[in-house]
Design a protein around this ligand. Structure first.
Ligand SMILES: *[C@@H]1O[C@H](CO)[C@@H](O)[C@H](O)[C@H]1NC(C)=O
Ligand SMILES: *[C@@H]1O[C@H](CO)[C@@H](O)[C@H](O)[C@H]1NC(C)=O
Ligand SMILES: *[C@@H]1O[C@H](CO)[C@@H](O)[C@H](O)[C@H]1NC(C)=O
Ligand SMILES: *[C@@H]1O[C@H](CO)[C@@H](O)[C@H](O)[C@H]1NC(C)=O
Ligand SMILES: *[C@@H]1O[C@H](CO)[C@@H](O)[C@H](O)[C@H]1NC(C)=O
Ligand SMILES: *[C@@H]1O[C@H](CO)[C@@H](O)[C@H](O)[C@H]1NC(C)=O
Length: 890
């Protein structure tokens, strides 16, 4: 049966390819038969246009403007956003193109407000960047040359015009953002009018593909899949959305689904279909499949198992003329996921930690602590955000740092199909916000209608991905209203009503109808179920007993675990740092810019008091004299140290708190960057890892020995275990070091154990003479089955600026070619020898490539780090190209 099935599929696939290339006319720039131009309002500028693309990229390619991320170009190029641009394409059609019953112009993404004409005829408006637009253009088609024109309205003007009619707070972004106002009025990437980590580039253009679809019968637009597990099998429900293009038309034909399973077998189910399309020309067709549980394997989040994906081929062959066939290929996974909000007293009794509700994800029946970060758009220009290299690099970096979840934040975009596919492959679960952030939003009829279409389309597009874990209505809008962030208190009732209208009455039922398999949270942060009971605007949306929280505190000592409040799930927390000088130099080479107080530095820091907050934090821990000759260089480096240590402390606090509070998630803010500027990111624009990302690789390790310095000066030691097997009869080794020596003053061993998927406090230790704390530090390691199974961890009992005896190390570096093979890439072993302790040893190389580990605490004479070269080189060259920095009290 299997082999016959495969032959059958093979034949049908060939047929489809022939039909596909005759029934879609590609309007993207990759089609050489289409010419796009773009022109400004007074026609002083006419340059080639690109699709997918955008106005800033096109003007850059035409040398009208230079690299938009250099210097002050974000404001120097702002005129682009105030002008009106017209994109025009010309292309020739053949007689065969006019023979179809349906000829639709399909625009996958238009950014944002545009008036469209086809061959001189008005065909409609667009006003939502996240909607796929379809225009019936059959009556306007001609043999020979055809012309499509998109007249874009300045987004800044469009936002203002809507605000004049439907003002909704806030009035504008803070002036330090150098941004534009009223982006909440537009269904456009909210960060494109600036953010506290990014510049404003209010772009226009076709940021996704465009085409003309020709067909006679119905085609498959998208497919949703629902998997449900019982004892011995999986039920797979498949819902195909069919589009005929004609209202109330009859859709007749044969629908089939073929699932490839383990051992090269496949299962096929098919059925005749005869349904009537709705007013919108669309209909849904369902197929059920039952799959024996032993022919598919479970899909797991990164770090918890494999990510097997199975091909699901859906075919629809129309009974209509020419026997047209439509096809979709999905790669699906088999897993269950549940967001559990149960009475917490079942875990802790009901005194303190046991009040309220739990908030955790259960995957395949197991409670899993979600380690990860927050994703902002990969590029400030939306057309570049889906670049495969960029997406790969960022997602692989997340994978390598043991992340199992990323939150796609509400001020960005619904990411590309490629992004979610990659997350499926890597096991990175997605917390998907709907795209509303840090603002009140309008709730007039036009706005709500547009949002309805957007949400319906996006849920239908993304629903089948096993990586998607949860939907959330918005970012921080519940707490912004409750906390009166935008002076809305006098109109609280109005804004509350609009809030409910948008996220509860409009979005929620759509999500729950198209995707009943996942939880829809109204906001992040929120108290989850409790916020819903409290009328959606909770008294305290940050209540530690419910839902998720966002926590920022720039003034307290961020290296002190005792400052952090408990939470069920930390979905945002962070601290800023500067990008490396190397990354900064891709934006400026002016010597005077490289100062904390330069016009340039002020321009790039959007967080009010941002540099002061970093300075205060550095000052608490590190010695840095304002008259130091290398002040700026050191400030940059120290900002990365303080950020990494702050995030290490806070993240480990949350991981430890799985034991104390049933905290079950730590997603720090933020994974990536859109430009070369101070921000909360762990990865710089361009892809270079900050010290934070190297730290994340260690503080998110599956098994972690994690000490906490308490207010009394004792040390609580936790053992954290993200594996499915318990740790029994392990030993925690505590080495007490004198800062003056690489030989421990003393070493003690304590027994340790912890259940699977748990954190456990192993006890409290008091080791030192409290008067001598400034002479000592502690190193923690885990001995288990005679292997070191946790990264080493450290406690520095006093601020580093106050320690006694930390000397200048003599460092020697030796490089050899590694015998280990890493996907045929060139791996080199870099051996560092030292005669004294080195703090935060930071290695850099001028050879293209990266260190596998960095930002090291070195407390032994010899340390080895691998360097992965991306170009052909040799050990001698690498050795010559290595530079390093470290922290020392001088
Ligand atoms: C046309 O528009 C450009 C860009 O907005 C502007 O710089 C130029 O002065 C305008 N030219 C005329 C003749 O109005
Ligand atoms: C856009 O269209 C081009 C040309 O048809 C195609 O190669 C590319 O895969 C499409 N991109 C997406 C994201 O569908
Ligand atoms: C598929 O299964 C669901 C329940 O799992 C049932 O409600 C539905 O009627 C079935 N559909 C078809 C087409 O058999
Ligand atoms: C704790 O639980 C007990 C037993 O269910 C109940 O009587 C008591 O009211 C609860 N206390 C609180 C503070 O919820
Ligand atoms: C600054 O100089 C470096 C090294 O020469 C160069 O690679 C970089 O492109 C320059 N940056 C700018 C903004 O010109
Ligand atoms: C640390 O080493 C220094 C220099 O050897 C010594 O003077 C000091 O007493 C030592 N401190 C402790 C607490 O062992």
């Amino acid at each position: 049966m299997t082999s016959r099935m495969q032959v059958l599929c093979f034949v049908t696939i060939i047929v489809i390819q022939i039909i596909q290339c005759t029934c879609t006319f590609d309007l993207s720039s990759s089609n050489k038969d289409v010419v796009w131009t773009v022109e400004n309002e007074n026609k002083s500028i006419t340059v080639p246009g690109t699709v997918p693309g955008g106005i800033y990229t096109d003007l850059q390619n035409a040398n009208i403007i230079t690299d938009v991320l250099e210097g002050f170009n974000d404001v120097l190029t702002r005129w682009v956003a105030y002008d009106s641009w017209t994109y025009t394409s010309k292309f020739k059609l053949k007689p065969k193109h006019l023979k179809y019953a349906i000829s639709n112009l399909v625009l996958e993404g238009v950014d944002t407000v545009a008036f469209l004409e086809f061959n001189g005829n008005p065909i409609g408006w667009t006003n939502n960047m996240f909607v796929r637009y379809v225009f019936d253009i059959r009556q306007y088609l001609k043999v020979g040359e055809n012309e499509l024109v998109l007249n874009f309205v300045s987004p800044v003007e469009a936002a203002k015009a809507r605000s004049d009619k439907h003002f909704t707070a806030p009035n504008c972004v803070p002036s330090v953002y150098n941004g534009e106002c009223h982006v909440n009025q537009l269904r456009k990437m909210q960060a494109s009018f600036s953010w506290d980590w990014g510049p404003a580039f209010p772009s226009v253009g076709l940021w996704k593909n465009a085409s003309i679809e020709f067909h006679n019968g119905a085609l498959i637009r998208n497919v949703r899949t629902f998997t449900e597990k019982s004892e011995s099998h999986w039920s797979l429900r498949i819902i195909a959305s069919l589009e005929s293009g004609l209202p109330r038309s009859e859709i007749k034909g044969y629908l089939s689904a073929t699932l490839s399973v383990n051992a090269h077998q496949s299962l096929t189910v098919g059925r005749m279909l005869d349904v009537q399309a709705g007013e919108d020309g669309a209909a849904e067709a369902k197929i059920n499949m039952t799959i024996s549980a032993n022919v598919v394997s479970l899909w797991w989040p990164n770090g918890f198992g494999e990510q097997p994906l199975y091909d699901l081929n859906i075919f629809f062959s129309n009974d209509a003329e020419n026997g047209e066939m439509s096809h979709k290929l999905l790669k699906i996974g088999f897993r269950t996921i549940e967001l559990v909000e149960n009475d917490a007293y079942t875990i802790f009794g009901n005194k303190t930690a046991g009040q309220g509700l739990t908030f955790y994800f259960k995957v395949n029946g197991y409670p899993i602590f979600m380690k990860g970060s927050n994703w902002i758009p990969a590029n400030i220009l939306p057309e570049l955000g889906s670049d495969k290299n960029t997406v790969d690099n960022l997602l692989l970096a997340a994978r390598d740092a043991h992340m199992a979840m990323l939150r796609v934040w509400g001020g960005g975009v619904y990411e590309s199909d490629y992004f979610y596919q990659k997350c499926d492959e890597l096991g990175i679960l997605i917390w998907q916000d709907f795209l509303f952030a840090c603002s009140m939003y309008p709730a007039d009829k036009d706005f709500l209608e547009s949002v309805k279409t957007e949400v319906e389309q996006q849920v239908k597009r993304l629903q089948y991905h096993p990586s998607i874990a949860v939907w959330a209505g918005n970012n921080e809008n519940e707490v912004a209203l409750r906390g009166n962030w935008y002076m809305t208190q006098t109109q609280f009732e109005r804004y509350k009503q609009e809030y409910v209208k948008l996220y509860v009455d409009t979005i929620k039922p759509i999500v729950e109808s198209y995707d009943p398999s996942r939880r829809y949270l109204v906001s992040s942060p929120s108290n989850g179920k409790k916020s819903e009971e409290d009328g959606y605007i909770a008294q305290n949306p940050y209540d530690p007993h419910y839902g998720d929280t966002h926590y920022y505190n720039y003034l307290a000592d961020n290296w002190d675990a005792n400052i952090y409040p408990q939470t069920r799930f930390a979905s945002e927390y962070g601290f800023q740092s500067f990008p490396s000088l190397k990354t900064m130099r891709t934006a400026t080479n002016n010597t005077e810019d490289f100062s904390l107080y330069s016009k340039y530095s002020k321009h790039r820091q959007h967080s009010p008091n941002g540099n002061t907050n970093i300075r205060i934090q550095i000052k608490k821990h590190l010695k840095l004299d304002s008259d130091d000759k290398k002040y700026f260089e050191k400030f940059v480096f120290y900002s990365q140290i303080t950020q990494a240590m702050a995030m290490k402390t806070e993240t480990e606090f949350y991981r430890q708190s799985q034991a104390d509070w049933y905290t079950m998630g730590a997603l720090y803010w933020q994974l990536n960057d859109v430009w070369q500027a101070p921000s909360w990111s762990g990865i710089e624009y361009g892809g270079k890892w900050k010290m934070l990302h190297y730290f994340a690789k260690r503080f998110f390790a599956p098994v972690l020995i994690s000490p906490r310095l308490t207010l009394t000066g004792d040390v609580d030691v936790y053992l954290i275990n993200d594996r499915f097997v318990p740790i029994i009869d392990a030993n925690i080794i505590v080495d007490v070091f004198n800062w003056t020596s690489l030989t421990p003053v003393s070493t003690k061993s304590y027994p340790a154990n912890v259940n699977p998927l748990s954190s456990k406090k192993q006890g409290s230790i008091v080791i030192w003479d409290k008067d001598k704390k400034d002479e000592l530090f502690l190193r923690f390691s885990l001995e288990y089955d005679c292997v070191k199974s946790s990264p080493e961890n450290y406690i520095f009992p006093v601020a580093l600026k106050s320690v006694k005896g930390l000397g200048k190390p003599n460092i020697q570096i030796h490089v050899t070619k590694s015998s280990k093979d890493l996907n045929n890439e060139m791996l080199y072993e870099v051996t560092i020898t030292t005669d004294s302790v080195i703090l935060f040893l930071w290695l850099e190389s001028d050879i293209h490539g990266h260190f596998i580990d960095n930002g090291l605490i070195v407390a032994q004479p010899s340390t080895q780090v691998d360097f992965l070269a991306k170009v052909s080189t040799n050990a001698e060259e690498i050795k010559r190209g290595i530079t390093y920095q470290y922290y020392i009290n001088t």
